[in-house]
Design a binder for this molecule. Sequence first.
Ligand SMILES: Nc1ncnc2c1ncn2[C@@H]1O[C@H](COP(=O)(O)OP(=O)(O)OP(=O)(O)O)[C@@H](O)[C@H]1O
Ligand SMILES: [Mg+2]
Length: 476
Amino acid sequence: MYSFGDMQSMASNIFSAYASVAASMMLFRSMAHDIIPEPIKSYIISAFSRIFSYFFTPLSTQTTMVVDENSGMMRNQIYESAELYLHTKINPNTKRFKVSKNPKKKNISLSMEKNELVIDSFNSIELKWQFVLEVLENPKNHSQTEKRYFELSFNKQYRETVLNEYLPFVMQKAKENKEKDRNVKLYTRDCPHSYSDDDEDGRNGSGVWGCVNLDHPVTFDKLAMDPELKKQIIEDLDRFVRRKEYYKKVGKAWKRGYLLYGPPGTGKSSLIAAMANYLKFDIYDLELTRLYSNSELRRTLLSTTNRSIIVIEDIDCNAPMLNREVEHEPSDTKLTLSGLLNFMDGLWSNCGDERIIIFTTNHKEKIDPALLRPGRMDMHIHMSYCTPAGFDILALNYLAIRDHPKLFPDIKGLMQEVKVTPAEIAEQLMRNENVELALEGVVDLLERKKAEANEEKINEKSPVQMLELKCKISKN
Ligand SMILES: Nc1ncnc2c1ncn2[C@@H]1O[C@H](COP(=O)(O)OP(=O)(O)OP(=O)(O)O)[C@@H](O)[C@H]1O
Ligand SMILES: [Mg+2]
């Protein structure tokens, strides 16, 4: 039997042993910096750590999970997620961390330096992440390899919570961080090579498509359009991405179709870019005039990836192409509208997730009624001429002004009388850096348009007026 005094002295011995081993390891780390070669140093530190944890772990309530960089021949998904997740956990208390930026990414990224500790908290559980890098020497060929892993330590009683809740949470957060940092890409069939270089997540649409980063800076707040309509579109997009389970439950493919119509220069293409930037979805620009058969169309569509927007611009101009027949050939070798729609409604839409399909047209009245059938395009969006509210957005965006005592009322008054597109206004506003001159340019443009419209009205005489004119001429 041990007396209380014995137990006290044992505890104090253990504590001093613990403290001296920890202190010697720290001392060793700092002193060994220059003298001892890296592989030997790593080996000694890891051997020390193992002996240390062997003797002292039974006393502790802590447990440690090791998250290796690789899992067999594959990358370990938990390691990748931890790396991305811990970027955001580096804070002013972190003593050393790494910074990097590569051309594929938008932001500077921070990551953990070796042996550095990051403390996280989840549902009041304290979690310690340590990044470990060991340099291993291969005596056979004297080569060195690096072994990277994270050690995740926490109180053992939370083992189940960490496995079932915390790690899935880390993976989800990492996915969100990755989405935030990725560039939206524009895929077209015109450029055969990928210029974005970014196929790390396997999204480079194999072969058929070439891609570039979509550097279109437009966002919803910069779009001049009816504020209520804008709100509806954003809500519709939010609802769509949120409803994965709902689509599954009702047995519908997780896709959404929009038809954008309106005159040239009203922002249809800009709206598509704004949607892609908002959702971080890639855009596939499907030019139908370059496709010659339904089978080619199917191949092209099948090589698009999830979370993407398929765009078919100017569907009315593409319509003759869609009806083109190739003589004496079986039906699969011609491109038909029904081929396109059937494929979009059927098999293709079921083999991918989170797809948006957008058709644009300048002439809604000219497009095939099959496309307008209820249920085919979920939302018909009318992009109209510029309104006074739209002008406010453009003026703020291009000139950084919210009002002008004289010229704003003049412009808005004229806008009620003539049709002008946001593209025309934007062009005028960009012509001059001087606010007064730029706004006067808009007034001139609107007045010119008004004069032209009046002239056209005079020229457009009614048949009765024309008859009177003819009678006058014959009498004379
Ligand atoms: N609603 C808008 N809000 C802000 N800028 C706009 C808007 N509409 C047009 N613009 C400006 O005009 C340019 C051309 O517009 P955009 O290409 O989006 O028009 P569009 O409707 O697609 O025309 P088209 O029918 O000819 O394809 C844009 O790059 C943008 O600068
Ligand atoms: Mg366009």
